[in-house]
Design a protein around this ligand. Structure first.
Ligand code: G1P
Length: 272
C-alpha cells in the first residue's frame, strides 16, 4: 500500500515559529511530529511514501535523508546508539516528495499525488495529526477497506463547540459505532449547522476514483480546494465509510495543543 502525507500547510496558528520551520517538524519530545506519522504509515504496511511539501519545508527532506557529516562525527566520538538512530531514520522508508507551489488547500495537495498513486487504493495521513494507539489507525482502516471494499475516513467525537475546526460527517441512521456509512460531510461547520459531532481526523483510506471528484470541486471553506468537498460528492454516489479511532489524537496546530501533546507524550514515556 502507498501512503501520501500532505505537509504543505502554512501553520499560521503557530506563527512566528512556522515562518521558517515547517509545523510538521515541531518536536514532540525529541522527534518531529511527522516522524510519528511516517512510523504509523510504515507500521501499517506502507513502504512507499509521498510527502507533499511546499516552500519553507526543506527541513522535512533533510530529516529523512542521510547525514554523512553527522554520521562521521558520531562515529569518531563512539556514539554508537545515536549513530544507529540517525541511520535508521534515513532508511525508514522509500520517501518521495512533490511540492505544492501554492497553498490551495488539502484537496489540491492530494490531487498532486495522482501519478504516484496509480490505480491502487492508498492511505492519506496528515503530517500534523498524531494518533497514539496500540494498533496503528491506518492499519485498522486498511483491514476495514479489505473487508468492505469501500474507502474509509477516520473520525472521533468532538465537543459541539469544536465542530468549526474539523470536517464533520453525517452518518447514516442505520449505522452504529465504531463504523458508520457516511451520507454527507461538511467542512468546518458552525455548531448549529453541524450534522453530527463526528469529526474527521487526518487519516483517509481512498481509492483513485477520488481524483475525478477532486478535479470537479470548486474552492470551498477558506477559499481552498477541500478534500472534504470531494468526499462529499463521492459519498452521494458511492459507499463511503467512517471508522472511529482508538487511542488519543494529538494536534500540533496551536501553541496550546502542541504543549498538551508534549505533556501527554512526556508522561507516557515517564520523562515527567
Ligand atoms: C483538515 C481537514 C479537516 C479535518 C482536519 C483534521 O483540516 O480539512 O476536514 O477535520 O484536517 O486534522 P485542517 O486542520 O488542515 O484545516
Amino acid at each position: 500500500m502507498k501512503a501520501v502525507i500532505p505537509a504543505a500547510g502554512l501553520g499560521t496558528r503557530m506563527l512566528p515559529v512556522t515562518k521558517t520551520q515547517p509545523k510538521e517538524m515541531l518536536p514532540i519530545l525529541n522527534k518531529p511530529a511527522i516522524h510519528y506519522v511516517v512510523e504509523e504509515a510504515i507500521n501499517s504496511g506502507c513502504d512507499d511514501i509521498l510527502i507533499i511539501t511546499g516552500r519553507t519545508k526543506r527541513a522535512i527532506e533533510d530529516y529523512f535523508d542521510r547525514s554523512p557529516e553527522l554520521e562521521e562525527f558520531l562515529k569518531k566520538k563512539g556514539k554508537e546508539k545515536e549513530l544507529e538512530e540517525i541511520r535508521r531514520i534515513s532508511e525508514m522508508a522509500n520517501i518521495m516528495y512533490v511540492r505544492q507551489k501554492e497553498p490551495l488547500g488539502l484537496g489540491h495537495a492530494v490531487l498532486l499525488a495522482e501519478k504516484f498513486v496509480g490505480d491502487e487504493p492508498f492511505a492519506v495521513l496528515l503530517g500534523d495529526d498524531i494518533i497514539v494507539s496500540e494498533e496503528p489507525t491506518t492499519r485498522r482502516m486498511i483491514d476495514l477497506y479489505n473487508r468492505e471494499g469501500a474507502p474509509v475516513i477516520a473520525v472521533m467525537p468532538v465537543e459541539r463547540d469544536d465542530t468549526k475546526r474539523y470536517g464533520i460527517i453525517k452518518p447514516s441512521n442505520l449505522s452504529r459505532p465504531p463504523v458508520y456509512t457516511v451520507d454527507d460531510l461538511v467542512e468546518k461547520p458552525a455548531p448549529e449547522e453541524a450534522p453530527s459531532n463526528l469529526a474527521i481526523v487526518g487519516r483517509y483510506l481512498l481509492t483513485p476514483e477520488i481524483f475525478t471528484y477532486l478535479k470537479n470541486i470548486s474552492r470551498g471553506k477558506g477559499n481552498e480546494y477541500q478534500l472534504t468537498d470531494a468526499l462529499k460528492l463521492f459519498a452521494f454516489s458511492r459507499k463511503l465509510l467512517a471508522m472511529e479511532i482508538k487511542g488519543v489524537r494529538l494536534d500540533i496546530g496551536s501553541p496550546e495543543s502542541w504543549l498538551k501533546a508534549n505533556i501527554y507524550m512526556g508522561k507516557r514515556s515517564g520523562i515527567i
